[in-house]
Design a protein around this ligand. Structure first.
Ligand code: UFG
Length: 317
């Protein structure tokens, strides 16, 4: 396996002992050389800017990075003869849900630029299949959460915007209070419901997708969630049980663009790829995240004194 990352958001330490190429997906010369050198047939594309709020303030950045660089990447891969492509997509392609749970048949009308950029890549994939025969699977994640059960790999975002890391950082005293973004939604306790899915179950789905493509499966889109909606207050309550202490909260204004309820139907990937989530209860998800945050309160910063000189710089060297 080879990992290519520009490390703008990613962490070298999270790559562990896989082959690592330092560079940008839009560097077509580098992508081409990497594909050739390693004889790459299949690619999992995870690189993107992914903050919904930021995408509405800086749409150009999202179109340039997610769509523009994504297009350059796809072109280089297709020209290089890559056969299979697994894409990290999002529930944000659906927009405001018309019915719950959301199936893959639900209309795709994104309400933010981030979701729109992911949908545009899905559309490009259809053309690359038509023209180059590239076969692809797009995985539409709902709320990715939790950490690797080893406790060695977890979330480390700057800035952090996601609920569970923020709740746990508040529990650690790194933040004074957790703000609940609105408690007047039409939900049982007034806070938003989300479908949290463990990262290990997400990663298993990627492996199944690659295996299916290699075995001849047709291109497809699949939702990835657990089919259960948990409210912000429920997440905080379970987190308090896991960490064994109260977590200070305050109710703040709604965050623009947050739908009240997002819950997936993942029936299709279960039926077609035999995907079976293993870490599908909220307590386990939060427990694995807590193991990571408690042991690594500064994220990857102190895990490894990173030496980039070991990174492959295939480009011209
Ligand atoms: N929330 C708070 N306080 C916080 C942070 C979040 O109340 O400090 C709430 C949000 O309003 C939301 C829920 O917690 O109701 C979950 O918020 P996250 O930011 O953790 O996740 P989102 O549901 O906003 O985002 C996720 C993915 C995105 C994807 C989006 C689809 O992280 O990539 O779902 O809408 F685009």
């Amino acid at each position: 396996m080879v990992v290519l990352d520009n490390l703008q958001k990613g962490h070298r330490a999270a790559v562990a002992d896989a082959e690592f190429v330092l560079g940008d997906i839009a560097d077509q010369d580098l992508v081409n050389k990497t594909v050739t050198r390693y004889g790459i047939e299949a690619v999992v594309h995870l690189a993107a800017d992914s903050l919904v709020g930021e995408s509405m303030q800086q749409p150009g950045k999202y179109f340039r990075h997610n769509v523009g660089k994504g297009a350059a990447f796809l072109e280089a891969l297709a020209e290089g003869g890559v056969k299979y492509f697994v894409f990290s997509s999002t529930a944000a392609v659906y927009g405001e849900p018309r019915e719950i749970p959301i199936t893959e048949e639900h209309p795709t009308r994104p309400t933010n630029v981030y979701g729109a950029t992911k949908l545009m890549i899905e559309e490009m994939l259809r053309w690359y299949e038509h023209i180059y025969g590239l076969r692809w699977i797009s995985l539409r994640y709902f709320n990715a959460a939790g950490a690797d059960p080893s406790g060695l790999i977890g979330e480390d975002h700057h800035p952090e915007t996601h609920l569970i890391p923020l709740v746990l950082q508040t529990a650690l005293g790194k933040r004074p209070v957790l703000q609940i973004y609105g408690d007047d939604y039409p939900t049982p306790d007034g806070t938003c419901l989300r479908d949290y899915i463990h990262v290990t179950d997400l990663s298993t789905a990627h492996v199944l997708a690659l295996e299916a493509l290699a075995a001849g499966s047709p291109s497809a889109v699949y939702n990835l969630g657990n089919g259960n909606g948990f409210s912000v207050r429920e997440v905080i309550r379970v987190a308090e049980q896991v960490v064994g202490r109260p977590i200070p909260v305050e109710v703040a204004a709604r965050r623009a663009g947050d739908p009240a309820v997002l819950v997936a139907s993942s029936a299709r990937i279960k039926a077609e790829l035999n995907w079976r989530p293993r870490y599908n209860d909220l307590e386990t998800i939060i427990r694995t995240a807590w193991a990571w945050h408690r042991q690594h309160p500064d994220g990857f910063a102190r895990i490894m004194n990173i030496d980039y000189s070991g990174a492959r710089t295939i480009n011209g060297q």
